[in-house]
Design a protein around this ligand. Structure first.
Ligand code: MN
Length: 140
């Protein structure tokens, strides 16, 4: 089963996402880490199909973590979707500059994220032979 890596330091946000995965039957295994440092190690180790990135993290924040992932040849092709509970003006622009392919600011309807995840995973299955998942587009 495909692995999706969640980088989230807030445990209630992380369990909300875990609930979305189980209630909406999202066909991927969610692995959660709580820091940018762990995200870089686990991204290399697990080669997830997608990374969901909280922007506000202690230490290396989500933007910097995304930049590091996008500059590492081992992880640069993994799509990164920014998820933030405390959106600030300019966040989306900064997230996209850092390399995030999608941006979700709360409060967003949770349905939107679940639908986007499903669509993304459907697209992956259709293009299984392709290794570069970042070239995929969703309507999200
Ligand atoms: Mn956070």
């Amino acid at each position: 089963m495909s692995i999706i890596l969640l980088v989230e330091d807030n445990t209630s946000n992380a369990s909300l996402l875990e609930d979305v995965f189980s209630f909406d039957h999202i066909p991927a295994q969610l692995v959660t880490v709580t820091s940018g440092e762990q995200a870089q190690r686990l991204a290399i180790l697990l080669d997830p199909v997608l990374i969901l990135m909280d922007l506000r993290l202690p230490g290396i924040d989500g933007l910097e973590t995304t930049e590091m992932l996008k500059h590492n040849p081992l992880t640069k092709n993994i799509p990164v979707w920014a998820i933030t509970a405390y959106a600030m003006p300019g966040d989306e622009e900064r997230a996209r500059e850092a390399g995030c392919e999608e941006y979700f600011a709360k409060p967003f309807p949770i349905r939107t994220l679940a639908d986007c995840l499903k669509e993304f995973l459907r697209g992956l299955r259709k293009t299984e032979s392709r290794t570069d998942a970042s070239t995929q587009s969703t309507n999200c």
